[in-house]
Design a binder for this molecule. Sequence first.
Ligand SMILES: CC(C)(COP(=O)(O)OP(=O)(O)OC[C@H]1O[C@@H](n2cnc3c(N)ncnc32)[C@H](O)[C@@H]1OP(=O)(O)O)[C@@H](O)C(=O)NCCC(=O)NCCS
Length: 203
Amino acid sequence: MYPMAVSLPLYRDARKADARALAQLIEIAGEGIPTYLWAQRAGEGRTALDVGTERAAREDANFSYRNAVVARVEGKIAGMLLAYPLPAPSAQELADLPGLPPLLRPLVELEHCVPGSFYVNALAVFPPYRGHGIGGALLDIALERARQARCQRLSVQVFAENEGALRLYLRSGYRVIDRRPIVAHHCYPYSTEVLLMTKSAAD
Ligand SMILES: CC(C)(COP(=O)(O)OP(=O)(O)OC[C@H]1O[C@@H](n2cnc3c(N)ncnc32)[C@H](O)[C@@H]1OP(=O)(O)O)[C@@H](O)C(=O)NCCC(=O)NCCS
């Protein structure tokens, strides 16, 4: 089946008003984990997506609309990149590591391996818009931003079983430098490994 025709996508910095679409796309990129975590904070009358939306609307967190770029097609948000320079872990973060839920620990451990890199935390495109180069174009924007931020390399994590995304990162020049086993969990469809990939910002 051929993907539907998509008119030329436009790219811009995300705005606070995009927070709900950003949360939806973060959930697509995180494949169940974000909703699982947000649901734990959702109270009466608030859904997991409401929590994600509030978090995306923050000004001063890594997961903030300020670190996101959106792709738009005919005025609608079609995809998103969330990426930023990764700070070195604090002593407190390192001390907290053993107590993290087993679901998160491998992901956080790998983040700690690449301080100073420009970290592609989330990349997602809504299903109807896939296969038209939007994901690849967002990765090109990540490269530009890494250079502007004077980061020498970019990093990304991908579940080994997410073959489509893995292919896209390989094609974009990322290479696997480390990996961790993951635990199976009802909230996401994977059970083998998470891969840490990097790419030089000079390439
Ligand atoms: C991975 C993703 C961002 C790619 O976006 P995209 O706009 O379709 O990407 P492009 O058109 O630039 O490139 C297409 C490539 O994406 C990959 N891909 C993954 N899933 C795909 C899908 N459902 N449809 C089309 N391409 C897909 C393939 O590698 C494809 O290349 P191919 O031609 O070699 O098969 C998108 O499929 C997506 O949102 N997937 C779910 C979220 C996800 O897995 N994010 C990455 C988490 S690490």
